[in-house]
Design a protein around this ligand. Sequence first.
Ligand SMILES: Cc1cc2nc3c(=O)[nH]c(=O)nc-3n(C[C@H](O)[C@H](O)[C@H](O)COP(=O)(O)OP(=O)(O)OC[C@H]3O[C@@H](n4cnc5c(N)ncnc54)[C@H](O)[C@@H]3O)c2cc1C
Ligand SMILES: NC(=O)c1ccc[n+]([C@@H]2O[C@H](COP(=O)([O-])OP(=O)(O)OC[C@H]3O[C@@H](n4cnc5c(N)ncnc54)[C@H](OP(=O)(O)O)[C@@H]3O)[C@@H](O)[C@H]2O)c1
Length: 279
Amino acid sequence: MAAERRAEVTYVELLKEDLAIIRLVPDGGVPEYKTGQFLTIGLPIPSEKKIVRRAYSIASHPENRDYYEFVIRWVRKPLPGRVTTELFYLSAGDEVSIGEPTGTALQISDRLPGGGTDGRRVICVGGGTGIAPFIAFANHFHDTGDKREVMVLHGASYVDELSYKRMLTDLEMESKRRGEAEWNFKYRAAISRPKEFFNRSWSGHVGRVESFFKPGKSGLSPVEEMVGEKLTPDNTIVYICGYQGTIDGVIEHLGPKGFVTEHEKNPDGSFGIKFESYG
Ligand SMILES: Cc1cc2nc3c(=O)[nH]c(=O)nc-3n(C[C@H](O)[C@H](O)[C@H](O)COP(=O)(O)OP(=O)(O)OC[C@H]3O[C@@H](n4cnc5c(N)ncnc54)[C@H](O)[C@@H]3O)c2cc1C
Ligand SMILES: NC(=O)c1ccc[n+]([C@@H]2O[C@H](COP(=O)([O-])OP(=O)(O)OC[C@H]3O[C@@H](n4cnc5c(N)ncnc54)[C@H](OP(=O)(O)O)[C@@H]3O)[C@@H](O)[C@H]2O)c1
């Protein structure tokens, strides 16, 4: 098993009954890690008399050495999830055990197989809590002064589950203010249950997040309308995190355009899609 250490809960924010932002500070401080990685959080489960561990994507970016941040769903159905049920009892000052940051699935591609710089447009697609690694991406690109064009797409069932709407909107406003040559960032959200009364104020994109890639009457998809050109694996790399259905849905639309995943890369080593499935 990977090395574990103790971490203290320093902040808990309930966004709603079953969605929370949690910050942890490990003993010895936050180590160096890569944007887009995840780690395991372990908690003692009373009924099982043992520590049970689950993986959680790190929503904070590695330039922030003050804490790790996570956005976590309390799993309620069909039965209460073991670790998330205990996690939702935690408050500041409590302890958990955590593993080291790990995972390469969503490591940012900075180099092309030929050795050149990967300056392609970056499109991040997060389903539900699958937005977590892309909060890390957005702040990493921002804080390192990266000049790539970055778009974050978030899908949620309900408007109050757009967990980082304020932060991502602010990053887009900053892009407008400073100009795209300095900071090129867009954020769009999709609400998949637009007819529900709670979502009555929603006037943005409707449907699951993968529908941003579905061609419309013009032949262009909503995302292509936004960027002003057809997506190709030469001009864009797409990162996806969430349900397998979300990943499959995006691939279904991008596959015919020549996009292949990192797992099934082209003979020259190139690819246009990286993903991590929570399912
Ligand atoms: C790389 C990675 C990153 C992740 N990042 C995040 C993240 O950022 N945020 C997040 O919220 N989640 C994330 N997850 C999911 C997370 O790891 C857990 O799977 C999730 O929190 C549920 O854990 P749990 O112990 O509460 O549920 P579990 O107890 O493991 O239950 C899992 C499922 O089984 C059902 N179940 C439990 N017991 C039974 C039973 N006896 N019979 C039938 N069904 C049962 C539950 O209802 C639930 O649907 C990530 C997963 C991976 C792989
Ligand atoms: N149960 C768990 O073990 C658990 C806990 C936390 C996170 N996760 C994992 O994290 C991911 C996101 O979970 P979440 O709770 O954050 O999601 P969520 O809020 O329930 O859903 C996020 C979005 O994904 C859509 N969606 C639901 N099922 C889908 C499917 N099969 N294929 C494609 N899209 C689908 C939802 O659409 P609708 O409105 O149409 O449903 C919604 O728009 C999942 O992979 C999940 O397995 C799992």
